[in-house]
Ligand binder design. Structure first.
Ligand SMILES: *Cc1c(COP(=O)(O)O)cnc(C)c1O
Length: 235
């Protein structure tokens, strides 16, 4: 089995290769290491390999890790991204501990994150989670509600609207993946006319990273390909 360091190196060179193939600028895609369910020892290994941005899905688990590394490694500037579903009774912990939130899907959550962001911390960098497939079972804002949500977020002083995020259906053929990601990219371009600060597309996971980068992703969220299979199933 390969080590976490080897996996990161491998993915970084994959990202480079796809960027180059698509004529994109070097270093225009951030590798977000999704460390949900993984112990701090695994995160340590990733940090040793130079990884700085980590994604967590579960509030309590994520906050424990943020606090652990803030204490144990205060000199290493880590960037913590919250990428899981947010319940409104958990917004305070998210607002107090994370740098980015990828999963804002309704006004109430945006308002609470803004109100609960502690004074003296920089604005929370946020993305609107979009339900591009229109499946009612998946979380995410329907396309018709995005503009209203964007307007609210951009009016809130403690949030900075940076872009869009999606988790498309689990499809394995490249053309369908590319089509789903392109749809999100086009939506971002449309929103950018009104909100030029939107420069981020969080899309692409272990199984569909290439198509995401080809469509313009700026953050790929990779768990399994770095840390191996998870020990318990996704919530
Ligand atoms: C778990 C998760 C990932 C990582 O998925 P892998 O297939 O393990 O790379 C990415 N994004 C979100 C929102 C996740 O929940």
């Amino acid at each position: 089995m390969s080590t976490i360091a080897e996996n990161i190196q491998h993915i970084m060179s994959d990202i480079e290769r796809v960027q180059e193939k698509c004529g994109r600028t070097r270093n225009s895609v951030l590798l977000l290491a999704v460390s949900k369910t993984k112990p701090v020892a695994a995160i340590h290994e990733a940090i040793q390999a130079g990884q700085r941005a980590f994604g967590e899905n579960y509030v309590q688990e994520g906050v424990e890790k943020v606090r652990y590394f803030t204490e144990q490694a205060p000199d290493i500037p880590l960037e913590w991204h919250f990428i899981g579903p947010i319940q409104s009774n958990k917004t305070r912990l998210v607002a107090e501990n994370f740098t980015w939130v990828h999963t804002i899907d309704r006004e109430r959550i945006a308002q609470r994150l803004n109100d609960q962001r502690p004074e003296g911390m920089p604005p929370l960098q946020v993305l609107i989670q979009v339900n591009t497939s229109g499946e009612s079972s998946k979380s995410g804002t329907g396309e018709q509600d995005i503009f209203q949500l964007a307007e609210l977020i951009s009016s809130l002083p403690n949030l900075t609207l940076r872009g869009l995020m999606s988790i498309p259906e689990n499809i394995s053929d490249y053309a369908s993946q590319l089509a789903a990601f392109t749809k999100l990219a086009e939506l971002k371009t449309k929103l950018q006319e009104t909100y030029p600060e939107m420069d981020t597309l969080s899309m692409g996971m272990s199984g569909d990273m290439e198509a995401a980068i080809a469509a313009g992703s700026t953050i790929v969220r990779i768990g399994t390909a770095i840390f191996g299979a998870r020990d318990y199933p996704k919530a």
